[in-house]
Design a protein around this ligand. Structure first.
Ligand code: AGP
Length: 607
């Protein structure tokens, strides 16, 4: 949550910073601000999206070659201009900061600094950082930041500048992402790489509990006690083009359409000539055979991918598996041990609850496998093994292609573990792998039926409630379909195990209530049909997701969204596609900003 961008170099940086903010807007978009420094400090802040800030700063050139910028997702203090960043310490002090995360001891610090004469202009926790730096400053910004940093509790990343220290930006992180972009003679710092991807692919990752000092000639990394740390330069293979809409009306639509590629890339060389290899999984065959349990931990959409993982692991690898919400699991005294494999799933690799759950799991002796889409993210440094989904950059706040990539990885993982444990015979595994290889084409075909979704959206986009039902592998898809609709259209949705409907949710049904039912071919199909009949009997309208060739379902449903035939388990990766399209079509008919839904942020770095 919140995006930070900083630049120090020789070029006028106003446009570079604004562009960086636009790239980070998915992290929060309540308000935005920029600070340009060239002997004097010019700060502009605006409530609203970066476009409002852009309009406020105007198009005229500004000579500053150093600056900080910020896009906010409010935690402490309402969405008003005085709470937007960059934030200054006392008037005339010359200290400016941008901050992402939460300062947990801000109230104590605020009282202490107020007593020492500091005057506050905002209701944010962030402002104490600026005042603390001002308090600790005696001519050396690096030392002041180091001293201030030592007094802060919580999880955060912040960057600071001082009017009297031209050509120096100092930043620190504890628990929130921060990365440096390296160009000859200039340096960027940001919450995420897309902020400077148009300028460089060379990056240096800032680790937890480190302070980084950026000057035009390079960045110096320091530990909390001031020791210099050697940090290599990595090169990422993302390109700026991926961060553009490329002719699509929204990022979300582009990302929905990119799913065949996301699936294909995630399979990549892992499946070669019928052989399945998962480099990155640091468990010996014997350790895999000895596993007693698998626990998936994640949040939001990634939690739904974990649920799919649970079903396929049990089915193919015959390992007792469970899936839990990271923010719940971390406060349970869950029983795990050295024979437990914990699989933490997060597209961003930075979700605070998932990171905390991983730490907890490792402390209790489990092997922790991270599944993420972001190379070098915090998760990849706090795990025993890592497997990357390769969906490419996802900018729309609603996860789409990263979900199908995660589900694809779940298939590969379950098959690999099943083969090693001898719980799936080689012929069946070969057949399944063949079908997995065909998923990108099937996904393309499924997405090609968007014209079937559009009239359904026309008919129901004014409804204020949708129910989603599924059983077995259909349940996580029902949950994900419902989440997509509610987060981008603000329509209330409920998603239930179809068998549970009679235990409560059936009371919600009225004449014409739209009920989305995942009714793909599987061993629970007949059971789903019975539930579907119960829905119809109450006058609700069924929108069924079914397998091609199932003509009988037309008699039972008002609308049918067909999927190409494949193995029952693999239909999960396809069944979600028309539900994403439906959510998209409904939200756009309601005139909503699907890429930046209200109150949300793509990366959740606060509890
Ligand atoms: C997805 O559409 C959501 N915006 C959200 O639930 C998201 O999946 C969740 O915040 C988890 O993010 P992560 O995968 O980066 O951990």
């Amino acid at each position: 949550m919140c995006g930070i961008v900083g630049y120090v170099g020789s070029r006028p940086c106003k446009e570079l910073l604004l562009h960086g903010l636009e790239r980070l807007e998915y992290r929060g978009y309540d308000s935005a601000g920029i600070c340009l420094m060239n002997g004097q400090v010019d700060i502009v802040r605006r409530v609203g999206k970066v476009s409002a800030l852009r309009e406020a700063v105007g198009t005229s050139a500004h000579p500053a070659t150093m600056g900080l910028a910020h896009t906010r997702w409010a935690t402490h203090g309402g969405v008003i201009e005085s709470n937007a960043h960059p934030i200054e310490a006392c008037e005339g002090s010359g200290v400016t900061v941008v901050h992402n995360g939460i300062i947990e001891n801000y109230a104590t610090l605020r009282r202490e600094l107020s007593a020492a004469g500091h005057e506050y202009h905002s209701d944010t926790d962030s402002e104490v950082i600026a005042h603390l730096i001002e308090e600790c400053y005696s001519g050396d910004l690096v030392e002041a930041v180091r001293a201030a940093y030592a007094r802060l509790d919580g999880h955060f990343a912040f960057a600071a500048a001082h009017r009297e220290s031209p050509g120096v930006l100092v930043a620190a992180r504890r628990g929130c992402p921060l990365v440096v972009g390296v160009v000859e003679g200039e340096m960027f710092m940001a919450s995420a790489i897309p902020a400077f991807l148009s300028q460089t692919r060379k990056v240096q990752y800032v680790h937890d509990d480190e302070i980084v000092v950026a000057r035009p000639g390079g960045a110096t990394f320091l530990s909390g006690d001031g020791a210099v740390i050697d940090r290599g330069v990595d090169e990422v293979d993302w390109d700026e083009e991926a961060a553009e809409k490329q002719g699509y009306e929204t990022f979300m639509l582009k990302e929905i359409e990119e799913q065949p590629d996301a699936i294909a890339e995630t399979i990549g060389e892992r499946l070669y000539r019928g052989r399945l290899q998962l480099d990155g999984l640091q468990l010996s065959d014997q350790q895999i055979r000895d596993l007693s349990r698998v626990v998936f931990l994640a949040c939001g959409t990634s939690y739904h991918a974990g649920l799919v993982g649970r079903y396929v692991l049990e089915e193919w690898a015959r390992i007792p598996s469970e899936s839990d919400i990271a923010s719940e699991w971390r406060y349970r005294h869950a029983v795990i041990d050295e024979r437990t494999l914990v699989i933490a799933v997060a597209q961003s690799g930075e979700t605070i609850d998932t990171l905390a759950a991983m730490k907890e799991a490792r402390a209790r002796g489990a092997h922790v496998l991270a599944v993420t889409n972001v190379m070098g993210s915090q998760m990849t440094r706090e795990c025993d093994s890592v497997l990357y989904t390769r969906a490419g950059l996802e900018i729309g706040v609603a996860a789409t292609k990263t979900f199908t990539a995660q589900v694809t990885l779940m298939y590969l993982l379950a098959l690999r573990l099943g083969l090693i444990r001898g719980t799936i015979d080689a012929t069946r595994a070969r057949a399944l792998l063949e079908q997995v290889r065909g998923l990108p084409d099937l996904a393309r075909r499924t997405l090609g039926r968007r014209h079937v979704v559009e009239p359904i959206a026309d008919r129901y986009f004014r409804n204020e409630f949708f129910l989603y039902l599924g059983r077995n592998m259909g349940l996580p898809i029902a949950l994900e379909g419902a989440l997509k609709l509610k987060e981008i259209s603000y329509i209330a949705t409920d998603a239930y195990a179809a068998g549970e409907m009679k235990h409560g949710p059936i009371a919600l049904l009225e004449e014409g209530t739209p009920v989305v039912v995942i009714a793909t071919d599987s061993h629970v199909y007949e059971k789903v049909v019975s539930n579907l009949e119960e829905v119809r009997a109450r006058g609700a309208h069924v929108i069924a997701v079914a397998t091609e060739g199932n003509e009988a379902i037309r008699e039972l449903a008002e609308h049918v969204l067909y999927l190409p035939r494949t193995e029952p388990e693999l239909q999960a990766a396809l069944a979600v596609l028309p539900l994403q399209q439906l959510a998209y079509a409904i939200a756009t008919r309601r005139g909503l900003d699907v890429d930046k839904p209200r109150n949300l942020a793509k990366t959740v770095t606060v509890e």
